[in-house]
Design a protein around this ligand. Structure first.
Ligand SMILES: [Zn+2]
Length: 512
């Protein structure tokens, strides 16, 4: 065989498009070239492949070797093509022995087993396989594209990839192991999924004292996937509340747990325990690239690392305005597109936003005992730092009042476990009714599922006029009211449900 073809994958966002690694060995002066718009790293891979083949006890063929990575227009970075290139070279030069078969059947047997194979792995100079980034993303894409595939990966990455059910993943430690596996002399076992670390128990809502209304708002936000802005003086417990949102949500399972873990595996940050809701709280000095993703080599941003979890933005007005504006599209669509010079990368970003801010610059506006130093103009200016369109996209806005001395006698909040039960029941109703949370309903879905009784309808129309809502705001209120009704187990939204939802728009305090 002088031509060999091995299947591998590139990475584009969370997707891993198929790449064909073609290796052709021709007579001629010794040369080794890689074509197919490969970047610097793939060219470096040439040197690693050459050393790994020699150090694994094989011979690097003398002749003209051409490697083509197709299709040409995909971005191909990282060393994950080392393994398929090395195997391709060994196949093309006839150094991989096949199981003993009649000569006529050899080629056919090889072709059929090769067509099922997908390989990805970086080689060290010694021939050992080095773990690769995005192993789980690759496994998800391969399982979707070719469910009967056998995916060969470095042993350390294989355990992660093996979380994908029904996909045959094999982990190998060295190039020589892969060769023996293909030759049938030492077949490698199917990889076992990585152990699931038990997540530490999330902080309990009962730690929050006295903030009954804010705790209720947190429950409603959790029960419908709604974004929430908490406004209150320093020390009123806004961060405490935000950190308890994750504990009210059901743990991740099935495909969504895989997707969240795959996004974490694409980035260099510490991944949360498998199945735990991601909770990301970037500092307000964060750049818009770090927040929404991007960079010369695209990486998922905080909003994608918070996919299926919680994104907490404390001190919202202090965030870079450009960074906040970049949240507008993902808040609507649940994904973010990053345009690079030649390619467009897309990452999912269906996160639940919880934000917190002080009522004014000094922080004490409306406080029970401390005096605010700001002029009324300064208070308005501070709130105007968050643009109307962003505020418009936050479903619920709630005051977290300072309790002063009353805090001492205030009762503890409800236990997270009790609230989580009600939240899970409400989310189950929504899943059954419309296949997603109320927050994800579009305009037609809102019209179809947010049915009101006549009194509620009247109240909704009245509030819309009196409080000067945009159509977008009016629909948001209706979706929040739908969640309040779901928590109450009601089929139709009534005036009580609706008026609770109206409260969450903080009328009169919205900057215009
Ligand atoms: Zn102030």
């Amino acid at each position: 065989m002088t031509l060999s073809v091995i299947a591998s994958c590139a990475l584009a966002g969370l997707d891993a498009p198929a790449v064909r690694v073609e290796v052709h060995l021709a007579a001629g002066l010794p040369a080794f070239s890689v074509v197919g718009l490969a970047d610097t790293e793939v060219r470096e891979s040439r040197e690693r492949v050459r050393a790994a083949i020699a150090n694994a006890g094989f011979e690097f063929p003398a002749g003209r070797l051409i490697v083509n990575l197709a299709p040409a227009d995909l971005p191909k970075e990282s060393g994950r093509f080392d393994l398929p290139i090395a195997i391709g070279v060994l196949l093309a030069s006839g150094q991989i022995g096949l199981p003993e078969l009649a000569p006529g059947r050899r080629a056919a047997a090889m072709a059929s087993s090769l067509s099922r194979l997908v390989m990805a792995g970086e080689l060290s100079l010694t021939g050992a396989l080095v773990p690769i980034a995005g192993a789980l993303a690759i496994a998800l894409a391969v399982a979707r594209r070719q469910p009967d595939a056998e995916l060969i990966m470095p042993a350390a990455s294989a355990a992660e990839a093996a979380r994908v059910p029904d996909l045959h993943v094999v982990g190998a430690a060295t190039l020589a192991d892969v060769v023996s596996h293909l030759a049938g002399t030492a077949v490698l076992p199917r990889a076992k999924p990585a152990r699931v670390d038990k997540a530490p128990a999330p902080p309990c809502l009962s730690d929050v004292r006295g903030q009954t209304a804010a705790c209720r708002a947190l429950e409603v936000a959790a029960a419908g996937g709604h974004s929430l802005l908490l406004v209150g003086a320093p020390g009123t417990g806004k961060s405490m509340l935000a950190q308890r949102l994750g504990g009210l949500l059901p743990p991740l399972a099935g495909h969504i747990a895989l997707e969240a873990a795959a996004l974490a595996s694409l980035s260099r940050t510490q991944a949360p325990p498998y199945g735990a809701r991601p909770f990301r709280s970037p500092h307000h000095s964060t750049t818009s690239v770090a927040l929404v993703g991007g960079g010369s080599r695209p990486q998922p941003g905080e909003i994608s690392l918070a996919h299926h979890g919680v994104l907490f933005l404390d001190e919202l007005p202090e965030f870079n305005r450009q960074a906040l504006e970049a949240l507008r599209e993902p808040l609507e669509t649940g994904k973010v597109a990053i345009a690079r010079a030649r390619h467009r990368t897309e990452y999912p970003a269906r996160f639940q936003l919880i934000a917190a801010m002080n009522p004014c610059r000094c922080g004490w506006h409306g406080h029970a005992t401390r005096k605010c130093q700001c002029t009324p103009d300064q208070v308005v200016a501070y709130r105007n730092r968050i643009s109307g369109p962003i505020l418009d996209r936050i479903d619920m806005q709630v005051d977290v009042p300072s309790l002063g001395a009353a805090w001492v006698d205030a009762s503890a909040g409800q236990r997270s476990a009790d609230v989580a039960e009600r939240v899970a029941a409400a989310l189950a109703i929504q899943e059954k009714r419309q296949g997603g949370s109320n927050a994800t309903l579009d305009t037609s879905g809102t019209d179809r599922h947010c049915t009101t009784d006549p009194a509620a309808r009247e109240l909704w129309k009245e509030s819309m006029i009196n409080l000067n809502w945009s159509a977008r705001s009016a629909h948001r209120v209706l979706r929040v009211a739908r969640t309040v009704a779901d928590l109450a187990g009601a089929r139709k939204i009534n005036a009580v449900h609706l008026s609770e939802a109206v409260q969450y728009r903080r009328p009169g305090e919205q900057p215009r």
